[in-house]
Ligand binder design. Sequence first.
Ligand code: GDP
Ligand code: IMO
Ligand code: MG
Length: 430
Amino acid sequence: MSLDIVVGTQWGDEGKGRVVDVLAANVDYVARFNGGDNAGHTVTVGEKTFKLHLIPSGIIQPHTIALIGNGLVINPEILVQEMNMLKESNVEVNPERLKISFAAHLITPGHLALDKAKETLRGGKKIGTTLRGIGPAYNMKASRNGLRMESMLDPVKFHHQITDHIHEINRQLTKLYEMDPLDAESIADQYTKYARILAPYISDPSQILSEAIRNGKNVLAEGAQGTLLDLDHGTYPYVTSSHPTAAGALIGLGLSTSFVDRIIGVTKAFQTRVGEGPFPTEVFGNIAERLRGTGVNPWDEFGTTTGRPRRVGWLDGVLLRYTSRINGLSELTVTKLDILSGIPVIKICVAYQMNNKSFPDLPLGPADLSPFTPIYEKMEGWEENITGARHWKDLPLQARNYILRIEEICGVPVKFISVGPERSQIITID
Ligand code: GDP
Ligand code: IMO
Ligand code: MG
């Protein structure tokens, strides 16, 4: 019996979906525990690529049962679209295979409008959110006037609740933000249609998973976003509004700490970020273009959800050591190592510097990184294309040295190395 947790160790888009797809081959249940459709998780199997925003990536493995935990905020329009997309791709989606927590919160067009209004008002201090209504939905959850999935079980009452909710948001939109009001009646009609589709899927993941684990089943929890976007432990205020960390998995699924076995951190071989906020190892110019790609390859660094070009930089060992600690990682998966092929000198940040003093660790967490400049170590790169490597010994010496140095810096063993987006392009280290 076990609960394994997959978390992002950077600012999201580490390749969690790709890793979960591989790990899901050996589990019975896969469960998302935080965030909403701000997430975009890519899984490539053969010629087919899936982009998932709400449903756990592990659903692509046909034997699994997929669950959406109480920690999520769900836009039902996106969820229904995603269910249809999967069905069209011959992935089985039915209430036996997909279970949605009664306690997950709903995202409405009201939250989307508020997200946009707040970002516009922030002007030069905007967060650069995905504009998916995430912050406003979690805000209402914390204020105890949110709408939960369970309200969909009574469509007549639900229609009234949605109407009242939109009226409440309209007061803010018109009085505070000088925006046009939304049409409460038509939104309530539409949401009542979603309620009828989704009601059969509503259940209690906490109960299902706890019982499954006690009965010897294996559960994989799939985090969205990354530790540096955590509401408490990330680069506040340039964060999301949920807890993408290992502890967030237990809250977001209603599971006991005693179940946890492996905590698997996913890191890219370099650093990326989409949206605003500090990024000490960010690079620009030719090397940035080399790391980002130009958009010709599907894996180039352009947001899965928003299409925005991602900011790129060298791997930040200080932040990786920090996120390893916050999550208590038992192992690390390094993705996109193949992208570094052909770069003659690879830099890795091993400490920060401030006033001629070196800091291997963050004195006060990552919120204010502006006083620090990175101290880099230079490592010899490799020329070889490594996308066909399937064993540790297939990697050039320089690539192996790079991985060993990452292990040393964060004190966590690397168990998987991804050398391409496709399911088979992975090296398992025994
Ligand atoms: P997630 O949000 O953490 O699931 O990551 P995304 O799916 O948003 O972004 C990761 C991108 O990198 C996707 O396009 C993946 O297909 C791609 N990818 C994942 N692992 C690798 C890898 O090892 N090499 C390459 N070239 N692409 C990868
Ligand atoms: P996955 O699961 C990368 C970022 C946004 C913004 C900040 C707040 O694919 O790794 P929000 O819409 O959540 O209020 O935006 O968080 N962000 C992500 N960046 N990957 C994600 O998800 C993200 N989800 C949110 O760009 O900077
Ligand atoms: Mg993503």
